[in-house]
Ligand binder design. Structure first.
Ligand SMILES: Nc1nc(=O)c2c([nH]1)NC[C@@H]1CN(c3ccc(C(=O)N[C@@H](CCC(=O)O)C(=O)O)cc3)C=[N+]21
Length: 291
C-alpha cells in the first residue's frame, strides 16, 4: 500500500470545532442559538442512527437541535404542514428531511416545500439552480465535504482531470458543478458510460458515487491520483465503499477510507451550512472566508 489515507474523521472534527466557535459568537450577537430541525418519517434503523448523531453533533457545536420523529404512515399533507411550520419558525435556521421517505410521500413535493434559505441539505431546485449559475446558496453536504477534502489534499484544483462516477442530484451533479467551479476538467460518468476504465485512467481526481461495493477497480486508477469514495454500502463484511480499497490504495496518491472518510464530513458540512443559514436569516455578517 502506498497511498496516503485521507483522514475524513479528523478533518470533520476540525470543521465541527470551527463551526462551534462561530456558533458561540453568533449566539452572543444574535441573542439566540442557531437552530437545525431534522425530520425523520418512519423508523428505519440506519436513518435513526444518522438522525441521532446529527442531533448530538448539532448540540456539541453550540447550536439548537429540533428533532421531529413521525410515524411511517404520516400523510404527505401532514409532513407538508410540519415543513410549513418549520419554515415559519424563527428559531429554525436549517431544515433537513431525512431521505428516503416512505413510498406514499413524494420526495420532490416535500423538498420543494422547504424554504430555500433554510434548505441546508441544498436539495431544493432553487439551490441546485444557484449552484449551477454561480449564485450564493446551499451546496449539498456530501459533495461540499468531498471538495473540502480535495482542496486540503491538493490545494488548487485548476486544470486537473476529474472523473465523477454517478449523476445523482445529491452527489454526482453538484460534485461536477463544484469541480467545474474550481476549474478542474470534469467528466461525469455513469451506468451507460462506455469504457469507464479509460476515463478513470486519465483522472487526477476520481469521485466514486455509484452505490455499488468495490465497483471501481484498483487497476483503473492512474498512479498518484486522489480517490474520493462516497459509497456507503452495508455488506456482510460491514460498511464498504464503491472503490476496491486495497487495489486502489496500492496505486493512488491518496484515498478516503470507508468508514472515516466522506461520511463524517457530510455531517460537519450540514453544521457548516446551518451556521451560514443562521447568519443570513438573522442578518448577522459572516466573514467571506470565515468557513
Ligand atoms: N436529507 C438527507 N440528508 C442527508 O445528508 C442524508 C439523508 N437525507 N439520508 C441518508 C444519507 C446518508 N448520510 C450519511 C451521513 C453520514 C454518514 C457517516 O458519518 N458515516 C460514517 C459511518 C457511520 C456508520 O457506521 O454507519 C463514516 O462513513 O465514517 C453516512 C451517511 C446522510 N444522508
Amino acid at each position: 500500500m502506498s497511498a496516503e489515507i485521507i483522514d475524513g474523521k479528523a478533518a470533520a472534527a476540525r470543521l465541527r470545532a470551527r463551526v462551534g466557535e462561530i456558533a458561540a459568537a453568533f449566539e452572543a450577537v444574535a441573542g439566540r442559538k442557531a437552530g437545525l430541525a431534522v425530520v425523520l418519517v418512519g423508523a428505519d434503523p440506519a436513518s435513526s442512527v444518522y438522525v441521532k448523531s446529527k442531533g448530538k453533533a448539532t448540540v456539541a457545536a453550540n447550536m439548537a437541535s429540533f428533532e421531529h420523529r413521525l410515524p411511517a404512515d404520516t400523510t404527505e399533507a401532514d409532513l407538508l404542514a410540519l415543513v410549513d411550520a418549520l419554515n415559519a419558525d424563527p428559531a429554525v435556521d436549517g431544515i433537513l428531511v431525512q431521505l428516503p421517505l416512505p413510498k406514499h410521500i413524494r420526495e420532490s413535493v416535500v423538498l420543494t416545500r422547504i424554504d430555500p434559505d433554510k434548505d441546508v441539505d441544498g436539495f431544493h431546485p432553487v439551490n441546485a439552480g444557484r449552484l449551477a449559475t454561480g449564485l450564493n446558496g446551499f451546496v449539498p453536504c456530501t459533495p461540499l465535504g468531498c471538495l473540502m477534502l480535495l482542496e486540503e489534499q491538493l490545494g488548487d484544483l485548476s486544470g486537473l482531470d476529474a472523473v465523477v462516477i454517478g449523476r445523482s442530484n445529491i452527489v454526482g451533479k453538484p460534485m461536477a458543478a463544484l469541480l467545474t467551479k474550481a476549474s478542474a476538467t470534469v467528466t461525469v460518468a455513469h451506468s451507460r458510460t462506455k469504457d469507464l476504465s479509460s476515463h478513470v485512467a486519465r483522472a487526477d481526481i476520481v469521485v466514486a458515487a455509484v452505490g455499488i461495493p468495490h465497483f471501481v477497480k484498483g487497476e483503473w486508477i492512474k498512479p498518484g491520483a486522489t480517490v474520493i469514495d462516497v459509497g456507503i454500502n452495508r455488506t456482510e463484511d460491514g460498511l464498504t465503499g464503491d472503490v476496491d480499497f486495497d487495489g486502489a490504495a496500492s496505486v493512488a496518491g491518496a484515498i478516503t477510507p470507508v468508514p472515516g472518510g466522506v461520511g463524517p464530513m457530510t455531517i460537519a458540512c450540514l453544521l457548516r451550512n446551518t451556521i451560514v443559514a443562521a447568519h443570513r436569516n438573522a442578518g448577522v455578517q459572516l466573514g467571506k472566508d470565515a468557513i
